[in-house]
Ligand binder design. Structure first.
Ligand SMILES: C[S@@+](CC[C@H](N)C(=O)[O-])C[C@H]1O[C@@H](n2cnc3c(N)ncnc32)[C@H](O)[C@@H]1O
Length: 249
């Protein structure tokens, strides 16, 4: 398990001493953009965007509160509103598995980077958080759902994960480095783990597909308790890889 936060770990890999133009594409609540703005010297420009207006509002409010200058807007990565060759660094962390067309999004990220600029992308490992997936799938089986039914799908994050990301990235970039970050989590109790589980897309998708939330959570909680009794701890593995890529001249 890594003692440094993933944000510190990633930003430690980017030269932020010089004045740079940085884009955080798919910024979410802005943890990378806010930290980059905090560390960048005067004269740097940090831009953040997200498809979700709620995320953008949250980042704007947080940036204002912390007196950080960040240009935030609602935009989609597949059609970036910026001119070509605008940014020195583009961050795109935990996002590309969400987009409709991965090649189109990567083409856009390459277009807005200056020649020689860096794309930094953190992606999850194949079957990310596999313990949570296993608990849910086994709970669904216990509840009588068919293994060949629609609930048993590959995880959404597998669309762009450690194993297949290089194939997409190499279309437009030279991959300079790839490094693993171990974000494995230990939980103190089944209650805390269940709270975390209820926020996962896997759980929300099952509920959206008609599974009763309380029945599913209870069945998953039972499996978690069995794991705790058997193994003496509750762990969810979270391996992530940071790819640093350069846009070829
Ligand atoms: C898992 S979050 C990651 C957020 C942030 N990068 C981080 O690591 O904290 C994924 C974010 O990507 C955004 N997103 C999904 N598809 C997008 C798209 N096509 N264009 C821009 N943002 C998108 C979502 O709204 C969400 O905020």
């Amino acid at each position: 398990m890594n003692p440094t936060s993933v944000v510190e770990w990633v930003l430690g890999k980017i030269p932020l001493e010089g004045r740079s133009a940085i884009l955080d594409a798919g910024c979410g609540l802005g943890r990378f953009a806010l930290a980059a703005a905090e560390r960048s010297p005067a004269g740097s420009v940090v831009t953040a965007l997200d498809l979700s207006a709620a995320m953008v509002d949250a980042v704007r409010t947080e940036a204002r509160g912390r007196q950080l200058a960040i240009e935030v807007s609602v935009a989609g990565i597949e059609e970036l509103p910026h001119p070509a060759e605008t940014f020195d660094v583009v961050l795109c962390n935990y996002v590309l598995y969400h987009v409709e067309s991965i090649p189109k999004a990567i083409g856009e990220l390459a277009r807005v980077l200056k020649p020689g600029g860096r794309l930094v992308s953190v992606v999850p490992a194949f079957r990310w958080l596999h313990e949570l997936i296993d608990w849910q799938d086994r709970a669904l089986l216990r509840l009588g759902h068919d293994i060949d039914g629609p609930l048993f799908k590959p995880t959404g994050t597998d669309r762009f994960c450690e194993e297949n990301a290089p194939r997409y990235l190499r279309e437009r970039f030279r991959v300079m480095s790839r490094e693993r970050y171990d974000g494995t989590m230990r939980f103190p109790s089944v209650e805390v783990l269940l709270h975390h589980y209820r926020h996962t897309m896997r759980f929300k998708n099952a509920v959206a597909a008609g599974v009763d939330a309380e029945v599913l959570a209870a069945a998953v909680g039972e499996l978690m308790s069995e794991t705790l009794a058997r193994e003496g701890h509750l762990q969810v593995t979270s391996q992530n890889t940071c790819f640093i890529c350069v846009r070829e001249e």
